[in-house]
Design a protein around this ligand. Structure first.
Ligand code: URP
Ligand code: ZN
Ligand code: ZN
Length: 467
C-alpha cells in the first residue's frame, strides 16, 4: 500500500506499550504500525519524539451562556485553536440552554456556532437544567439516540441545580438509553448558608469563594450523587474532583460494586486556595468550582492519578477575561465573591502540566498519560476506538511530543480568548510540538500550518468502561 504519510523514528505509545515503530497514514486513518512501514508519499522524521494519541479534553466550556452581562472569553475558533496548540485533537464542550430555549434548540444553536469554526473535532455533552416532561420524554431521548450520549447535572449554582428527585428522573432516562450521567457534586444549600454568613460578616474577597465551598460540601454531594445513582441503577461520572475525602467516597462506592468514574483537573494538582487570596482582586483569576484546596489534597489527587482512581484528567476550561466588565469584573471588583464568574482557562496548558509534573517527575508513566488524556475519554464517552488510541483503523489524530523542551508558561504564548493564565510563570518540561488531525498536519514545530478549521462534529456511541 502507498501511504499518504509515514511518521518515522518516534517512540509510539499504543495500547500495548511504547515501541519504536513507524506509523503509516492513509485517507486520514492509521493504516500501518510496524518497523517496516511501506512506501509513503511523504515522511515526517520524528526522531527523539514521543507519538501519542491526540489529546481529548472531555470537559470544556465554550461560548456558554454565563449570566446577564457576562460573556465567555472563547468562541469555537479560539477555544479549539488553543486546544490544538496544547496537543489536543478533540474537545467535548457542554451545551447549555439559554433561557427560553429548549434542549433541542440549544443543541441546534451550538452546532451553528461550531460549524466551520473548529480547528479540531468536537462533540457536545448536554446540560440538563430543565426537568419537564418535554425535556425528559422527547428532547433528551431523541438527542441521546442522535449521538449526544452524555449529559451533566448540577447539584450547585442556583440557576442550574436539580433536586434529588429531578436527578433521579434524569438518571432514569440515562438508564433507558445507556447514556453517561456526569455530576457536578457540591451541596448548594450548604454553600448558600456559608455564603450568607460570610457576606453578613463582611468576608467578601475572592478568597471566600473557597472558604464558602469547603471540602464537606463536595464530599457530601459526591456521596449523595453516588447514592442516587445506586438507587437509579446507573453508572455515573463525578467530574472535577478536588480533594481526598471526595475521592475516598468514590473508592468506597467502587468497593461495594458501584460503577463510578472520576475526573480531576490540573487546578487540583497545582493550585491552592491561597491563590484566591492574591492581592487586590487578582484572586478572582482563580475562582472556579470546586475551588483549589491545599497541598495535602493536591497529594491526594496525585495519588488518585497514580493508583488509577481517576480515569480522566480534563481541563474544565471555562475562560473569562479578567480585566473586563463582561468577565471576572462583571459586577465590579468591589462587589462580593458571589458575583465573580466561575471558571478558569486551561485547555492549552492541561497536557504540558501533566506531562511535566506527572511523566517527567516520575509520578505516572507515558502509557498512563495516554490513558488519562485521551484513551479513557474516548472509551467513556463513546468515541473508542475511532479516537483516543494509536491503532490501525483509528483516526490519525497524533501528537508528537518533545519530552525535553523547556517552557515557562505565559499568557503571551497562549491562544485562548482570556487575558491571563492561572499558570503564569509555571515551568514545564515537555511540549506538544507537532499535531495531526485525521492525518492532516495542523501544527508543525509549534506553528499552525492549516488554517482551514477542518474540525468535524462527532456522533458518539454508547459510553463504555475505561477499565
Ligand atoms: O468553575 C467552574 N468549574 N466553572 C465551569 C462550570 C462547571 O461547573 O464545570
Ligand atoms: Zn461543574
Ligand atoms: Zn466545567
Amino acid at each position: 500500500m502507498l501511504h499518504d504519510l509515514r511518521i518515522s523514528g518516534a517512540r509510539v505509545v499504543t495500547a500495548d506499550g511504547v515501541s519504536e515503530i513507524d506509523i503509516g497514514i492513509k485517507d486520514g486513518l492509521i493504516s500501518e504500525l510496524s518497523t517496516d512501514v511501506g512506501q509513503a508519499k511523504r515522511t515526517l522524521d520524528a526522531s527523539g519524539l514521543y507519538a501519542l494519541p491526540g489529546g481529548i479534553d472531555s470537559h470544556v466550556h465554550i461560548s456558554q451562556p454565563s449570566g446577564p452581562g457576562v460573556v465567555m472569553a472563547d468562541d469555537f475558533n479560539s477555544a479549539t485553536l488553543s486546544a490544538l496548540h496544547g496537543g489536543n485533537t478533540t474537545v467535548l464542550p457542554f451545551c447549555l440552554s439559554e433561557s427560553g430555549q429548549n434542549l433541542r434548540e440549544a443543541v441546534d444553536a451550538y452546532h451553528a456556532k461550531a460549524r466551520g469554526n473548529c480547528h479540531i473535532d468536537v462533540s457536545f455533552h448536554l446540560i440538563i437544567n430543565q426537568v419537564d416532561s418535554q425535556t425528559l420524554g422527547q428532547h433528551l431521548p431523541a438527542l441521546l439516540e442522535a449521538g449526544h450520549t452524555s449529559f451533566k447535572v448540577f447539584m450547585t449554582y442556583p440557576e442550574m441545580r436539580l433536586t434529588d428527585r429531578e436527578i433521579l428522573d434524569v438518571m432514569a432516562v440515562a438508564k433507558r438509553h445507556g447514556a453517561m450521567v456526569m455530576v457536578h457534586a457540591e451541596n448548594e444549600d450548604a454553600i448558600d448558608f456559608l455564603r450568607d454568613e460570610a457576606e453578613h460578616e463582611g468576608r467578601i474577597a475572592p478568597l471566600h469563594h473557597a472558604t464558602t465551598r469547603p471540602i464537606p460540601v463536595e464530599r457530601e454531594a459526591t456521596h449523595r450523587a453516588i447514592s442516587l445513582a445506586e438507587v437509579a441503577g446507573v453508572p455515573l461520572t463525578i467530574v472535577h474532583v478536588s480533594n481526598g475525602e471526595s475521592l475516598e467516597e468514590i473508592r468506597r462506592a467502587r468497593n461495594r460494586g458501584s460503577v463510578v468514574h472520576a475526573e480531576t483537573c490540573p487546578q487540583y494538582l497545582t493550585l491552592t486556595a491561597q491563590d484566591l487570596d492574591r492581592s487586590g482582586f487578582e484572586g478572582a483569576k482563580y475562582v472556579c468550582s470546586p475551588p483549589p484546596r491545599d497541598s495535602q489534597n493536591q497529594d491526594a489527587c496525585w495519588a488518585g492519578l497514580e493508583q488509577g482512581d481517576f480515569e480522566l484528567y480534563s481541563s474544565d476550561h471555562c475562560p473569562f477575561v479578567y480585566d473586563s466588565s463582561e468577565g471576572k469584573k462583571a459586577a465590579g471588583a468591589e462587589r462580593t465573591f458571589r458575583h465573580i464568574p466561575n471558571g478558569i482557562p486551561g485547555v492549552e496548558t492541561r497536557l504540558p502540566i501533566l506531562f511535566s509534573e506527572g511523566v517527567n517527575k516520575g509520578r505516572i508513566d507515558i502509557a498512563r498519560f495516554a490513558e488519562l488524556t485521551a484513551t479513557n475519554h474516548a472509551k467513556l464517552y463513546g468515541l473508542y476506538p475511532r479516537k483516543g488510541v494509536i491503532a490501525v483503523g483509528s483516526d490519525a489524530d497524533i501528537t508528537l511530543w518533545d519530552p525535553d523542551k523547556e517552557t515557562t508558561i505565559s499568557q503571551s504564548m497562549l491562544h485562548h480568548g482570556s487575558d491571563y493564565t492561572p499558570w503564569e510563570g509555571f515551568s514545564v518540561t515537555g511540549w506538544p510540538v507537532t499535531t495531526l488531525l485525521r492525518g492532516r498536519l495542523m501544527i508543525d514545530q509549534g506553528e499552525l500550518v492549516d488554517e482551514t478549521r477542518p474540525g468535524q462534529h462527532l456522533v458518539r456511541g454508547v459510553p463504555g468502561n475505561p477499565v
